[in-house]
Design a protein around this ligand. Structure first.
Ligand SMILES: [Mg+2]
Length: 234
């Protein structure tokens, strides 16, 4: 038997990209367009992707996330792999493939708006996302989900230290705090390490660099099949 929803007021920290709205799929589309434009004679699309991931891993430590940085990484990847003479126009075109992500519509995932409305009546909700602050806030504004959240925090990286400051700033008891999100690397492991509990809401488009092994489900770590299913826990 599943246990009934928690009755006491909890602190729910909710991820944004690929938890509330589509995001990775826009990057995938840009990468597919890039791979086609690069038109490499011997590297497969998966190998081009590996080269790009390696550039991203190095770059994120210095510049962080966000579509502007992604666009710069695409340009570096193009310069590194291209086999034909290229012009500034070609580089501009590659950069535009990355930057266009910023202007994609906010496509809320199934059941998100009504589930947040329900959760916000029972619990304290904070949006907790990593990335470029202005870009994340712009998406949040366009999502029109503002009324269901009590607060918003954007950080450069969601590591255990970031979760600890989140708890300290809000004077939150770790036992009553949950992180909810799609990324094992950013939403689950560091939250558990900092003493919060965590719920994974899987999204099939989750970026390879966000995937790591998952812990066994327990009282402190749950997996739900959809955002809507959070109403069974909370
Ligand atoms: Mg996410």
């Amino acid at each position: 038997m599943p246990s009934p929803p928690l009755q006491s007021r909890q602190w729910l920290f909710v991820d944004a990209d690929d938890t509330l709205w589509e995001n990775a799929v826009y990057f995938e589309e840009a990468i597919a367009e890039f791979t086609e434009f690069l038109d490499h004679s011997s590297l497969s699309p998966a190998e081009v992707r590996q080269a790009l991931d390696a550039i991203e891993l190095r770059s994120i430590r210095v510049h962080g996330y966000g579509s502007k940085n992604f666009a710069r990484n695409l340009r570096h990847c193009f310069e590194q792999l291209v086999e034909r003479p290229f012009s500034q126009t070609d580089l501009d075109r590659v950069v535009a493939m990355g930057e266009s992500i910023m202007h994609r519509p906010i496509d809320l995932l199934e059941g998100v708006a009504e589930t947040l409305e329900y959760l916000s009546r029972r619990h304290h909700l904070t949006l907790f996302t990593k990335g470029h602050s202005e870009e994340q806030l712009f998406k949040f504004q366009r999502s029109e989900l503002g009324p269901w959240f009590h607060g918003v925090r954007v950080v450069k990286e969601k590591d255990a230290a970031a979760y600890r400051s989140l708890l300290a700033e809000g004077d939150v008891e770790p036992d009553a705090a949950w992180m909810i999100g799609n990324s094992p690397k950013s939403d689950i492991h560091p939250a558990l390490e900092a003493g919060l509990r965590a719920v994974l809401v899987p999204h099939e488009a989750t970026w390879a660099l966000e995937l790591t092994d998952l812990p066994e489900p327990s009282d402190r770590f749950r997996i739900v099949e959809s955002f809507r299913a959070l109403t069974e826990l909370f």
